[in-house]
Design a protein around this ligand. Structure first.
Ligand code: ADP
Length: 666
């Protein structure tokens, strides 16, 4: 070993030199560069055979390969963005509109010259300042008095006001006071020939951020304006700038995110939050052992080699929220997203700040209710909802079939899906709000056709008809729907919202000899249990009105059961259905299977509004339910439904449980 020491040393020197050169070329912020050079210095002092040496080398190398100042140039052509969204997506009108609006604001913010208003009663002073600032590429307006300045401010948004103090008709102090009140986002700078400490204090109290004495140095004014503008962008960008796409799986969230990146000319990455176990997934591991790694955010930026990509953070509603010994991923995420903090995001591995403020984050979630409130408050939420049968049909024939045909190596003249076949797959082989299952089924058929075409080498296209669908996909899967079975006593149809969209479920009620117990089984969460108790108490206290004997609960047990579906469901909206199942049982009137209810109930039998109306109505249509009974307080949401969604379904609005009875029970 000793023998080779010398040559090894020379080689090590080479590595160190190489890293030094890389540090110089990496365009890091200077404090970071200093730290990198210090680390390198330490390395030269410890032997290359230690673990610290390897850790140090890897670390410095990582620092030098991060895109500190490497950004793609945004393409801010909105027409192009709109085309990019349209080309790849059918429908989604509202979603596209909201996104284009969001981008438009971004374009305005980035492209508009900052506006500065110069207020001074001396003409030469006005001219001088305005000359300097115009040369700095600001758009400058002038006013000769505080009064005139307020008029200008009221008529157009200004970013910064530079004002003199002594003026006739509304002096500088009064202007500050009024401007701070009426236009709190405008930056305020005072320039005065009569500077004094008391007046400086007063000006700052009234909202001025800078107080400059005449005669001033040009640089002083330039810096003050620049700092004031920076503060303003920081404060102004805290709210509503992060997009969050909310909706069931397979409704196009990821694919719209990708299209945004493509339209802007930015790189794109996805990070799933659902699988994260601890804070280190976001913030990285400290550099204490070989193999320690940065968090996912920095990793993706490193991989994409761009400091301003679009990063989609998936499954925001699945992020672990419990504060345990492994830290708190939700609060780490807050730091990543918060424009106040993310300029200096410090990953534990990097141990130096990295500026994330140019990254465009888009979050996705299935249901917003599960998202921690502090996160929810910072986002602009765009709802993606399930597709109607007709929309699915269009998307399949325009996008999914061509895409799968291409991906499976077929050409468009080798396979042809009839509209009937697509309808069959949608209605009978998939049961979903989005179109993932539909795409998967089309993929399966294309794969089988590709295999066959190799074997048979037949000319002409393979036609996929409804019969062929069964041949390729096998017997249709079990259909969980309203029709098909008879109406029964004690079984009522409910509409609930789950993570995968709306669903119908059947609530069952039974009665037997017992000790006045309410037994609740199946997939009922805490909230549903409470609804069941409320329903029972309401019926007991109004038994006579429903024609039920007052002592029906004496020497009896009641049992309510919701058969387990595949997915967790809880929430108060099954209350109305539970009441219907109980009333059906107690009055011996069968409940109509094709009438579905959704509504929270109170002890006095009033029906309260519920969420997810659109998803629920779509689910009702999928299950071929004919009538949907909803709370009258959801009138606005039901009226806002597109005709395509509400056509063919009878929506009834009720104020009370009693009103629902004759709609549901035979
Ligand atoms: P999500 O992220 O909401 O789960 P995806 O974006 O992964 O959904 O969408 C699933 C598939 O459906 C993708 O192949 C996507 O391109 C396609 N898709 C979804 N919505 C549309 C639409 N409106 N038009 C065309 N294709 C769509």
């Amino acid at each position: 070993m000793k023998l080779f020491w010398k040559s090894e040393n020379i080689e090590e020197d080479g590595i160190i030199q190489d890293l030094r050169r890389k540090i110089g070329e990496a365009r890091m912020p200077s404090p970071v560069e200093k730290i990198a050079l210090q680390e390198l210095e330490t390395l030269t002092k410890i032997g290359p055979s230690t673990a610290e040496y390897t850790i140090g080398l890897t670390y410095i190398d990582y620092l030098t390969t991060l895109p500190w100042s490497k950004k793609t140039v945004d393409n801010l052509d909105l027409d192009r963005a709109e085309r990019a969204l349209d080309e790849n997506h059918f429908g989604l009108r509202k979603v596209k509109e909201r996104i284009i609006e969001h981008l438009a604001i971004k374009v305005l913010r980035t492209t508009r010259k900052p506006r500065v208003l110069v207020v001074d009663d001396e003409e030469t002073a006005r001219k001088n300042l305005s000359h300097i600032l115009t040369r700095e590429n600001y758009e400058v307006s002038v006013a000769a008095s505080g009064e005139e300045a307020l008029r200008v401010l009221d008529s157009r948004e200004c970013d910064v006001v530079i004002t003199d103090l002594r003026m006739a008709s509304v002096d500088g102090m009064e202007l500050l006071e009024n401007a701070a009140l009426r236009h709190p986002e405008t930056g305020l700078i005072v320039v005065t020939g009569y500077a004094s400490i008391p007046s400086a204090i007063e000006a700052v109290k009234k909202g001025a951020t800078h107080y400059i004495e005449k005669p001033f140095k040009l640089d002083e004014v330039r810096t003050a304006v620049r700092q004031s503008l920076e503060q303003r962008t920081r404060a102004g960008s805290t709210k509503g700038t992060i997009l969050c796409f909310a909706g069931p799986p397979g409704t196009g969230k990821t694919s719209v995110g990708r299209a945004i990146a493509q339209a802007l000319g930015r790189k794109f990455a996805r990070i799933a939050l659902g699988g994260m176990k601890d804070e280190a997934d976001i913030r990285g591991h400290r550099r204490t052992y070989v193999g320690a790694m940065p968090g996912r955010i920095i990793e993706e930026i490193h991989r994409l080699d761009s400091a301003n990509p679009v990063i989609m953070l998936d499954e925001l509603d699945k992020i672990p929220q419990l504060r345990d010994f492994k830290g708190d991923p939700a609060s780490a995420l807050l730091e990543v997203l918060d424009p106040e903090q993310n300029r200096a995001f410090t990953d534990h591995y990097l141990d130096v700040p990295f500026d994330l403020s140019s990254v465009m984050f888009i979050l996705t979630a299935n249901v917003m209710e599960n998202v921690p409130a502090p996160l929810r408050d910072r986002m602009e939420i765009i709802e993606f909802s399930g597709y109607t049968q007709e929309e699915k049909q269009e998307i399949a024939s325009r996008f999914l079939v061509p895409k799968q045909v291409r991906e499976k190596g077929l050409s468009p003249d080798q396979v042809e899906f009839s509209p009937g076949a697509l309808g069959t797959i949608i209605r009978e082989y998939t049961h979903e709000a989005g179109i993932r299952g539909l795409e998967r089924s089309i993929a399966t058929i294309c794969r089988k056709v590709a295999r066959e075409s190799l074997r048979t080498r037949k000319d002409g296209p393979v036609r996929i008809t409804p019969d062929a669908v069964e041949k390729y996909l096998g017997r249709k899967s079990y259909r969980f729907d309203a029709i098909g079975e008879q109406d029964r006593i004690g079984v009522a149809t409910s509409l609930v919202r789950t993570e995968v969209g709306g669903e119908i479920i059947f609530v069952e009620a039974a009665m037997m000899k017992g000790e006045k117990e309410l037994i609740i089984t199946g997939l009922l969460g805490e909230v549903m249990r409470e609804s069941a108790h409320a329903a029972l108490s309401y019926i007991r206290s109004n038994a006579a009105a429903f024609g039920v004997s007052e002592d029906f609960f004496e020497h009896r047990d009641l049992h309510i059961h919701v058969p387990r579906g595949a997915i967790q469901k809880d929430g108060p909206s099954a209350g109305l259905t539970i009441a219907m199942a109980l009333l059906s049982l107690l009055t011996r009137r069968p409940a109509r299977r094709d009438v579905a209810t959704s509504g929270e109930i109170t002890l006095t039998g009033r029906v309260l509004p519920v969420g997810g109306i659109r998803e629920k109505v779509l689910a009702a249509k999928r299950a071929e339910v004919r009538t949907v009974v909803l709370p009258a307080k959801n009138r606005a949401e039901t009226e806002a439904l597109d005709d395509e969604i509400s056509s063919g379904i009878d929506i009834r609005l009720v104020e009370t449980v009693a009103e629902a009875v004759d709609l549901v029970l035979r």
